[in-house]
Design a protein around this ligand. Structure first.
Ligand code: DGY
Length: 321
């Protein structure tokens, strides 16, 4: 190819990542750092060789069909690829990559924050002190649930799930998990494998979701499955909002079936769910699981590594389609 490949970067990345991209590619930036509409995304992807999007850009089948012949790769700045129709990309001959591994620590850390924030009224307590409304204390005041010694259930024991399990072990929790395939001993590290989702739910004092969003997992946490959890369990979701039926979750939190929920992801993003936000027994974050300086640099570099591999005639290491 004559000259540098043309690369559209859809959102603002860290300075070092953008500098490296500008060194090796003819970069088009989204200076406003806002989500492109469906039509804008199609228009911006014309006449480029590559696009480096985030999970906020939706490459549905109709978007992909309208992309034209030039685009060779969608090099995602995310591990999740549920925002890309992989079958449509495959059919169109467009390579798709993601950024696994590099965000596992940061995301597992935020799962711990969500767990503790939910178990110990982190948001309610913070808001009370900030608002100058902390005017009372007693042994019966703001009593949460201790996680030490409890059972930490991992739904989806991939890279992030495994690190979250390690962190939970650090809190003296016993780890249970369900995964499509059982892990070998050196990865399982004594965790208890459940060959059904139902089996896992029945023993999860804290249930932490770490599975990808697919047709099979959409709404996997719903009225029926919540009923299987031990009474007063805690739900943690740092994966994708649509794994959870939010009205069913809200009902369970209101009834006290669930003690609390710690959520970094929602069905509607950005924005979240006002009915969830109205509850006291939730700890809510704005999808910042991978938002550390270290991880955002690493994700950007990993996406660029994938682009470099393709444009130098090789195979990107993180190809998913
Ligand atoms: C991911 O990498 O999938 C995170 O959710 C951030 O996009």
């Amino acid at each position: 190819m004559a000259g540098k490949p043309v690369l559209l970067i859809t959102r603002r990345l860290t300075d070092v990542v953008q500098a490296r991209a500008a060194r090796d590619y003819q970069v088009i930036l989204n200076e406003e750092d806002r989500v492109f509409s469906h039509d804008e995304l199609i228009a911006r992807c014309q006449d480029v060789d590559a696009v480096l999007p985030c999970h906020s850009e939706h490459f549905s089948a109709d978007v992909i069909a309208a992309l034209g012949d030039r685009l060779r790769i969608i090099a995602n700045h995310s591990v999740g690829v549920d925002h890309v129709d992989l079958n449509a990309a495959k059919k169109a001959g467009i390579v798709v990559t993601n950024t696994p591994d590099v965000l596992s620590d940061a995301t597992a850390e935020i799962a711990m924050l969500c767990m503790l924030g939910a178990a110990r009224y982190g948001a309610k307590g913070d808001a009370m002190v900030r608002a100058g409304k902390w005017d009372f204390w007693s042994p019966a005041f703001m009593v949460g649930r201790q996680v030490t010694g409890k059972r930490f259930g991992v739904l989806g024991m991939g890279r992030v799930g495994q690190v979250a399990a390690d962190r939970a072990r650090g809190f003296g929790m016993t780890v249970h998990y369900h995964n499509r395939t059982r892990l070998p001993d050196h990865l399982e590290k004594g965790a208890v494998f459940h060959d059904t989702v139902e089996g896992l739910l029945a023993v999860s004092d804290v249930l932490s979701l770490h599975c990808p969003a697919t047709a099979a997992t959409t709404g996997i946490i719903n009225e029926k499955t919540i009923a299987l959890l031990p009474d007063r369990a805690i739900l943690v979701n740092t994966a994708r909002g649509n794994l959870v039926d939010e009205p069913a979750l809200i009902a369970a939190l209101r009834q006290g079936k669930l003690f609390a929920a710690g959520l970094d992801v929602f069905c509607t993003e950005p924005g979240g769910n006002p009915d969830l936000a109205a509850l006291e027994n939730v700890f809510l974050l704005p999808h910042i699981g991978s938002a550390t300086e270290e991880t955002r640099d690493a994700m950007g570099f990993r996406a660029l590594d994938n682009l470099d591999a393709l444009f130098s005639g090789g195979e990107p290491q993180d190809r998913v389609a």
